[in-house]
Ligand binder design. Structure first.
Ligand SMILES: NC(=O)c1ccc[n+]([C@@H]2O[C@H](COP(=O)([O-])OP(=O)(O)OC[C@H]3O[C@@H](n4cnc5c(N)ncnc54)[C@H](OP(=O)(O)O)[C@@H]3O)[C@@H](O)[C@H]2O)c1
Length: 281
């Protein structure tokens, strides 16, 4: 199959590329290759490349930056998605669009399914939900994938912040009222491969199984590394950030499990594999 990945140079896009390229003809686009905020850019790429499937990993993912630069966040996470969806519609391309656990408000206290109603609490979540709405209203042939708290090799993230803090004996700030499903980009990409090879459609949650707070995540990293660290435990109210985070945004891969195709391992197992791969380098 011919696959075109928008935002293919990011944390998740890189592993999707690595995993799909063995059996498909895959082309990756960075923001410099194709800035999605202008319709003609993704439109021309799709017109020229004529992929069977487009995957959209392009987004502004810095939650605090979205809060401070609302227009830019809407341009990329909502209008950019609309632009890709229009191009996919006009050239008959199936779109796999990546979204987030942050579309939920975090008040549920048990993992969110695809049948729960989104209600974002910050600009990032609002822009991502607007992107989902464009996909649903413009296309018939689409898959929206929501994932959460990704760690992987492409760029730094919370897990790396903790590993570096332990290594350099620096204070680590861990928020206790932020809970979600830490997810390994490689596992998410593997599950996406199964979806790509299916005729499925609709919204899918794809996260490693289980959930934890940021404090429990730090504790698990220390346990795997057999090291202790200087951890400062705070509430969101004591952790001054431009954007509020949902308190509990863990995801349940309910759609996958209803179809009997939920192959996602638990988050502890995923974390161990990531740390092993990183420290064996
Ligand atoms: N990271 C997480 O914890 C997490 C959690 C839940 C959901 N998600 C979702 O998963 C998807 C992938 O996230 P990620 O963490 O892999 O992203 P990332 O590492 O931040 O990478 C973002 C990608 O988007 C591209 N991009 C940014 N602005 C663009 C623009 N105007 N036009 C075209 N491309 C643009 C970047 O290109 P350059 O390389 O050129 O900058 C990069 O390839 C996103 O939809 C995100 O909302 C992520």
């Amino acid at each position: 199959m011919k696959i075109l990945i928008f935002g293919g140079t990011g944390l998740l896009g890189t592993d999707i590329y690595e995993i799909l390229k063995t059996e498909n003809q895959v082309r990756v686009l960075s923001s410099a290759d194709c800035n999605i905020i202008k319709l003609e850019n993704p439109y021309n790429k799709i017109k020229i490349e004529r992929p069977d499937i487009a995957i959209n990993c392009a987004a502004i993912t810095d939650v605090d930056k979205c809060e401070k630069e609302e227009d830019n966040a809407y341009k990329v996470n909502a209008i950019g998605v609309k632009n890709i969806a229009i191009a996919c519609r006009d050239f008959g391309v199936k779109l796999i669009h990546i979204s987030t656990d942050y579309v939920f408000d975090g008040e549920k206290r048990e993992p969110y399914t695809e049948f729960d109603k989104p209600n974002p609490v910050n600009i990032y979540g609002k822009t991502k939900l607007a992107g989902e709405e464009f996909v649903k209203s413009i296309l018939n042939n689409y898959i929206i994938i929501r994932t959460a708290w990704i760690f992987g090799k492409r760029r730094k993230h919370f897990v790396d912040y903790v590993i570096n803090g332990i290594k350099n004996n620096e204070e680590i700030i861990a928020v206790k009222d932020m809970v979600s499903s830490p997810s390994y980009s490689v596992d998410v990409a593997e599950q996406i491969k199964n979806i790509v090879n299916s005729h499925e459609s609709g919204i899918f949650h794809i996260a490693n199984k289980g959930y934890c707070s940021r404090v429990e995540l730090v504790e698990e990293i220390m346990r795997i590394l057999k090291k202790t660290a200087n951890v400062r435990i705070v509430n969101q109210s004591q952790w001054e950030r431009p954007a509020r985070r949902p308190y509990f945004s863990a995801l349940k891969n309910y759609h996958l499990s209803l179809l009997g195709i939920d192959n996602m391992p638990g988050w502890r197992d995923a974390l161990k594999r990531y740390i092993r791969a990183k420290t064996e380098k």
